[in-house]
Design a protein around this ligand. Structure first.
Ligand SMILES: O=C(O)CCC(=O)C(=O)O
Ligand SMILES: [Fe+2]
Length: 689
């Protein structure tokens, strides 16, 4: 099964592991939806050696039960709190939970809603009842009991408010910021509840809290934030003797003595009671989880608002990084495991595009009509400026840089007896397979693609390729379809180019480049149509006509101007066939004579220089590739430090040699790199993938 582990850079690595077996007292759950929690990015950072499946909020179906389990059986719909920092968490196809932290879900509760509950609702109830010792819902308060909930829109804070309501604890003084409209839906103004905006500043927050209780002393506070001085404000606003419960370690001596600070640690539901006590938080949890289940079934309890992050386990990294960046307000991110783009040939799952980017592509491309450029011999270009609206293109750039696996390929080029070690001067990756093979969806497994022979639909033998072809992931495939349609619309014959390959280049700075080359590789067939899309930072794109051989122009019939390896080359002019004009940077250079039958004419040829911005697309068609070279030159001096740029080319390969070639020169045999948002650079991944 697939399982996601999180490392200290909050990078998510997906690996294949065995399905675990439940021990006595444990339940094995097929995870349908997993929740996420701030601790899932915090723990890997605080404990760099802990590289674990951090998911603790499980919603799914019971698959198997361990010895002695009485309340659950296979097929039950459940939610459960996984034992934190133990193996087999919810970021996987199957997870393990103890029976006593598992509860039933009815048809009424969706898996998404169920997955928002376990860790956060238990943290809220433990804090309120075990730490603050407030009245339980079945013996509710019978006198005004002011309670401050700091961070009322967080999942823990919102659940604390819900439980306080059940316990008739009022007035509830909720401290919130932009989540205030959501908190408004949880409180009862008619019972004196109110909201205090923490953005007004510390002094204002303290006096607003005091004022909100209308003279009744405030002895209790739930601090669901426990950061940035929240508990100090509470300490100042509470009346002695007071109790504050916090969810993170704090400096208790910053609060006056008569106010005691009590740490709520939800992990205690999996621990034996404190010394000298027969019962403790474990028993509280065992009683409270089924109580929550009952509340859901009967409608007096509900989960937290959620956002499904698209792409299953592949969406986790983005979700956790957004949590880290504080982007989630009044929402819990959840992932649907079945959305994990699970192809065995992917080293990591690749997330699906956020829906607003998808919509942007759907409705706003092409963002402008293409300009045809065919004013020079053998030149046939379409230039969309832009093809994707710039804001969408920029989002797509960020997304692809974050989600795709990249490689820095090294290879040996041989010319005669001389071998040269080449370091490809940019990051590359590739997806697709030539037209003799096809990825088809396996029946009943919408996420599983198998490679078959296009003609016979029989499985492609393992020996057919020197590489393991990777299907074009959904996020790029969507783009492929749009680009094909735009192309068809612009082609005189309306012919759809039907790309089967997607090559991606990432140029981190002006030092990254691609030398003059042409893409008239034999395995693309004659007159290949190549669509080339630019995202992110602007770079110059140069084109110049190929040099001549005696009697005409160099073209593919003379053996191909540039061997296919050339696009991976480090320096201009390093291929034999491209020698000569490839090192030439003159503006007006060669002349072209018409081949064979036509009388010789001489046409001055201009080197072309286009500045490609985010969202721009150039489609190279017809005779372009066999007659023209193109390059992205290095940038020198100040211009060197540029915003990174991604280039995507869509192509169609017709024979297996194309597949071998593209994987060899764009993935190679070295390690995989991933973009690190904090270091702002590509980082080599530890695991061999
Ligand atoms: O980055 C670009 O715009 C060009 C890339 C290119 O020519 C190639 O990958 O073959
Ligand atoms: Fe190219």
């Amino acid at each position: 099964m697939k399982e996601a582990i999180i490392d200290k850079t909050v990078s998510v690595i997906i690996r294949d592991v065995d399905i675990p077996t439940p021990k006595p007292g444990q339940v094995l759950i097929r995870v349908v939806v997993s929740g996420t929690n701030p601790k899932d990015w915090k723990v890997p950072k605080w404990q760099p050696d802990t590289v674990l499946n951090q998911g603790d909020d499980i919603a799914g179906y019971v698959e198997a039960v361990g010895e002695g389990v009485r309340n659950f059986r296979k097929g039950d719909k459940v939610a459960a709190f996984h034992e934190m920092l133990s193996p087999h968490g919810s970021y996987a196809e199957y997870a393990i939970a103890w029976e006593y932290t598992t509860f039933h879900l009815t048809e009424k509760t969706s898996f998404e809603e169920g997955a928002t509950i376990p860790l956060a609702a238990m943290t809220a109830s433990l804090g309120l009842y075990q730490e603050l010792r407030l009245p339980l819902p079945w013996a509710p308060a019978d006198k005004p009991t002011p309670l401050v909930v700091y961070g009322g829109a967080t999942a823990v804070g919102a659940f604390a408010i819900k439980f306080a309501q059940l316990s008739n604890i009022h007035p509830i003084i909720a401290v919130a910021g932009k989540g205030a409209p959501f908190v408004e839906t949880l409180i009862s103004r008619e019972k004196g509840d109110t909201i205090v905006d923490y953005r007004e500043g510390d002094d204002a927050v303290r006096s607003a809290i005091k004022a909100a209780s209308k003279g009744t002393p405030i002895h209790h506070a739930y601090d669901a934030v426990s950061e940035k001085g929240s508990y100090i404000n509470l300490g100042a606003a509470l009346d002695a003797p007071g109790r504050i419960t916090v969810v993170l370690p704090v400096e208790a001596d910053k609060v006056k003595e008569q106010i005691s600070i009590h740490r709520t640690m939800v992990g205690t539901v999996h621990m034996p009671p404190a010394e000298g006590q027969a019962l403790g938080d474990k028993e509280f949890g065992a009683a409270f989880f089924p109580f929550i289940g009952q509340g859901l079934a009967q409608g007096w309890f509900s989960g937290h608002p959620y956002e499904v992050r698209k792409g299953g386990l592949g969406a986790l990294e983005g979700a956790l990084k957004d949590l880290e960046a504080g982007k989630a307000s009044a929402v819990k991110y959840v992932v649907k495991i079945a959305e994990t783009e699970g192809h065995p040939s992917y080293p990591i799952p690749i997330a699906q595009l956020p829906s607003h980017v998808e919509v942007g592509l759907e409705h706003a491309t092409p963002a402008s009509a293409p300009r045809e450029i065919n004013n020079q011999p053998h030149l046939d270009l379409l230039h969309f400026q832009p093809y994707i609206p710039r804001p969408t293109a920029n989002e797509l750039f960020e997304f692809l840089r974050r989600e795709l696996p990249f490689y820095r390929v090294q290879y040996t080029a041989r010319r005669g007896d001389i071998e040269t070690q080449i370091n490809t001067p940019r990051w590359t990756t590739v997806f697709g397979v030539d037209e003799t093979s096809t990825f088809i969806q396996e029946q009943d497994h919408p996420n599983s693609l198998v490679l078959v022979e296009t003609k016979t639909k029989t499985p492609t033998p393992k020996t057919k390729y020197l590489c393991t072809p990777r299907p074009i992931p959904a996020c790029l495939d969507l783009l492929r379809r749009h680009v094909e349609a735009a192309n068809a619309a612009a082609n005189a014959d309306n012919k759809n180019p039907c790309y089967n390959f997607c090559l991606v280049n990432y140029y981190a700075s002006g030092d990254d480049s691609i030398a003059f080359h042409s893409d008239d590789e034999r395995f693309l067939g004659p007159e290949p149509n190549i669509a080339s899309l630019s995202l992110g930072g602007e770079r110059d794109f140069l084109m110049k006509h190929k040099p001549f051989v005696s009697g005409g122009i160099a073209n593919r019939t003379t053996g191909g101007c540039v061997p296919s390896a050339a696009r991976a080359m480090s320096r201009p002019g390093s291929t034999s066939a491209a020698r000569g004009s490839c090192t030439d940077s003159g503006a007006t250079l060669n002349t072209v004579s018409s081949p064979e039958s036509r009388p010789a004419v001489t046409v001055p040829l201009q080197q072309i220089k286009m500045s490609l911005g985010s969202g721009d697309m150039v489609v190279m068609r017809g005779a372009t590739q066999s007659n023209w070279l193109h390059s992205i030159p290095k940038r020198k001096g100040k211009a060197k430090s540029t915003r990174g740029r991604i280039n995507i080319t869509f192509r169609r390969a017709v024979v297996p040699g194309g597949t071998n070639n593209y994987y060899h020169y764009n993935i190679g045999s070295g390690g995989m790199y991933r973009w690190d948002e904090v270091a702002r650079e590509m980082v080599l991944q530890d695991s061999k993938v």
